[in-house]
Design a binder for this molecule. Sequence first.
Ligand SMILES: NC(=O)c1ccc[n+]([C@@H]2O[C@H](COP(=O)([O-])OP(=O)(O)OC[C@H]3O[C@@H](n4cnc5c(N)ncnc54)[C@H](OP(=O)(O)O)[C@@H]3O)[C@@H](O)[C@H]2O)c1
Length: 374
Amino acid sequence: MNKNGRAAVTGCWESEKCTQLKQELARSTGVYKRIWVSLRDKMEQMRQSTCGEIKTSVLGFGCGSVLGRVGRTASLHAMKVAWDAGITLFDSARSYGYGDAEAVLGEFLLGKRDQAVVATKFGITPVRPSALKRAAIPAVRAAIHVPGVRGLLRRESKRDVMPGHFTVAGLRASLESSLRQLRTDRVDVLFLHEATASAIQQQDLMAELDALIQAGKVLRVGLYAGVDVIDEAIANGPSTLGAMQFGANPFDPLVAKLAERNERAMLLIANHPFGSKVRVAQIRMALAAMAAEKMVPAELRDKLRHLDWQVLLEAILGLVLNGSGMHALVFSMMREDHLRANARAVESNRFTSADLALMRQRLLNSQRVPARTN
Ligand SMILES: NC(=O)c1ccc[n+]([C@@H]2O[C@H](COP(=O)([O-])OP(=O)(O)OC[C@H]3O[C@@H](n4cnc5c(N)ncnc54)[C@H](OP(=O)(O)O)[C@@H]3O)[C@@H](O)[C@H]2O)c1
């Protein structure tokens, strides 16, 4: 033993008794850890919805900002936070992230693919940015909070795509790239990106999409389009179509009717729930007016009295997802606090179905708002 008693301590630490104690401790720590992980998984089990063979979390992670507004490391982190919160639906596109967003998603989904629902899109071809532009992207991202920079990035990324490539050859090439980048042998939903009414009249394209479904490379085919195209396709579109994605505008009477017209049980995915700042302000105004109306049930008036962001968020997400016939809502949630707030608003929403039905009716009847702002 030295002056400080170190040898004695080391000796005791390595004694048989102490080794047994350490093993015991490790075993019980392992047990507690497993109990904690399973409890946490149960607590964080996000609400699910089922449409035929597809089971998905009702909240979906939109990959529109991956490798655009947000870099690779932050994107992978956001995906992990989403996954840990129980989100299983990931919505990407061939064109996102200058053509590389799917690769980031594919990397993230390694070892998880079978538990995830992967949606992607074809029809908008990404254009590779010049070396100069590529070099400038990190600096632009770093300045994202400077007024005007976000809009600039959005406009620039729109310029780096070629829309409307709905050809059989284009479809084949695009899907092969998607599968390669996503590191999978199938996508769950393949959307025609910004589909026009004429795209779904192309019989050769629909036949090829049917063939891809038969081959098991695609589970469902759908449209991402304006609501008028979606509305027509739900009622009269070819049987190839099994899914629709569109802007979740609660002021739009066509959006409100989609679910009751959905006789063929298509998977309905809403996106872009806030629309614009103007739309959010209009929703706030309409709900504030309800809080002051005697005709509105007192309990609902109470809930609307203090319209802070959490209340507004629960109202908006509730309107999109509850009693609307929508299966899921995808949107950008790159910030962890956004994701957690959204998960909370979905999991424990203060508004009842009756509240939301009344609020939906009021927004639809609202005269102040232009018909469509998506
Ligand atoms: N909008 C379109 O035209 C379009 C077209 C095709 C497909 N999509 C799909 O829909 C997804 C979403 O589209 P989008 O990005 O245009 O949606 P969005 O509704 O415009 O984006 C959501 C915005 O709100 C923020 N946000 C999210 N949760 C919030 C919260 N609780 N409180 C405050 N802010 C919050 C997000 O910030 P952070 O991301 O920084 O957290 C993001 O800036 C796309 O990624 C894509 O998958 C959209």
